[in-house]
Design a protein around this ligand. Structure first.
Ligand SMILES: *Cc1c(COP(=O)(O)O)cnc(C)c1O
Length: 402
């Protein structure tokens, strides 16, 4: 209990005061979270929005069961990828008409990278790829480069600018590193890529829904991201792809399925791409998970991402303070950067026996995750995580080492 831990009563009282003053605190009611659980893994699988079960029930029983094939028009199934893309757009700073939902992040990354390589100026031969990246991004980048005749150059994103030359065609970067939680400078890196004449593809998996992205404001070319982390779309929810309006007319998809045709139902043997965001579609949308995502996005109604960012930083600051107070000196070492400008919405702590420590934390009702070989990862999702959760998580961690 907090009273038996040095400084505990004080920190618990501070947590209660911070929760009382938190303008986003009431948003937790938009989620169905089990009582008594501290959930700090929303950067891996977001919590269940309370509106989703009823919406899915309606999609299955009425839209599919009763309306049957009529639902492609009457229930708006056919236009769901663009409609739901437009719900995500404001969360990533994009005007409508530039985002579609569908397929996995991996598949969208493939479309974006090959598409970017085909948009790049002739004679450019290199693709700079964030070498610390989530593995799938590296695998897909290698294949996209091979297919388009580019050479992959692994870079550390924080000094990617130093590797830009007049032979750089495409740059692939992660906005937030999934393992360390480090936030990279999207405006500056995008500017540097453009100054060298390259296109930039941003992976937003660990930033969208946690902090402002500003795709349009910073002239980003293409971006992808997943929806089952901070956007709470559910396991395997479809990902999204952004192609800036100025590139849409020349975007040449490597997967030009019939859904991206200008007239899909003309069923013509010749391919003619749709105008606009629909050009990034491939095949029939995965309607069940897509409409679960649409219902999940209702949790963002009236929410300003700037407020989400402010709470996220306050939560991670407070968690780090609690860890310093509760966990014996030297037992854990924060690997997430301290400066706010370099911090995403998670805290990663390095420790020996990280896997066993996380197993014990989960057994005590605090869910975070473990990343090999020695990282404890705690994701802070401001829509439903409280300051009391942060205090309890740190206190429980302290007890494990105590
Ligand atoms: C979560 C994540 C993915 C997931 O890719 P899927 O194809 O949707 O499984 C890809 N890249 C990054 C950086 C991620 O964090």
């Amino acid at each position: 209990m907090s009273e038996t831990t040095p400084g505990g009563a004080d920190l618990a009282a501070r947590a209660a005061a911070l929760d009382t003053a938190d303008p986003l605190a009431k948003l937790r009611d938009r989620f169905a979270l089990p009582d008594g659980l501290v959930y700090l893994d929303g950067n891996s699988l977001g919590a269940l929005p309370a509106a989703v079960p009823g919406a899915v029930e309606d999609v299955v029983r009425r839209q599919w069961g009763e309306l049957l094939i009529r639902s492609w028009d009457e229930s708006g199934w056919w236009t769901a990828p663009e409609r739901i893309g437009d719900l995500i757009a404001p969360l990533i700073g994009a005007a409508p008409g530039q985002v579609t939902v569908g397929d996995s992040t991996s598949v969208n990354l493939f479309k974006a990278l090959v598409g970017a390589a085909r948009l790049a100026a002739p004679g450019r031969t290199r693709m700079l790829v964030d070498a610390t990246t989530f593995p799938t991004d590296g695998y897909i980048a290698a294949s996209a480069a091979r297919l388009t005749g580019l050479e992959v150059v692994p870079v550390d994103p924080s000094d990617a600018a130093a590797h830009l030359t007049d032979t750089t065609a495409v740059v692939l970067l992660n906005h937030v590193d999934y393992r360390t939680g480090r936030l990279h400078d999207l405006p500056a890196l995008t500017r540097a890529a453009h100054a060298s004449g390259a296109l930039v593809v941003w992976d937003l998996c660990h930033s969208a829904g946690a902090l402002p992205v500003g795709l349009d404001a910073h002239d980003v070319d293409l971006a992808v991201g997943c929806t089952y982390k901070y956007l709470n779309g559910g396991p395997g929810a479809p990902a999204y792809i952004y192609v800036a309006q100025r590139h849409q007319g020349a975007f040449d998809s490597p997967l030009p399925g019939w859904n991206s045709h200008v007239e899909p139902f003309a069923m013509t043997p010749e391919y003619e791409p749709a105008q606009g965001a629909a050009r990034t579609r491939v095949g029939t949308p995965d309607i069940l998970s897509m409409l679960a995502l649409e219902a999940a996005l209702g949790a963002w109604e009236g929410v300003d991402v700037a407020d989400v960012r402010a709470k996220s930083l306050a939560l991670t600051d407070f968690f780090l303070e609690c860890v310093a107070a509760y966990v014996p000196e030297g037992a854990v070492e924060p690997v997430t950067p301290a400066p706010h400008a370099e911090r995403g919405s998670q805290v990663s702590l390095r420790t020996a026996n990280a896997r066993a420590v996380m197993t014990e934390l989960i057994a005590r009702g605090v869910i975070g995750d473990f990343r090999a070989p020695d990282v404890l990862r705690f994701g802070f999702t401001p829509l439903y995580v409280s300051f009391a959760d942060a205090e309890r998580a740190a206190r429980t961690l302290g007890h494990i080492f105590g």
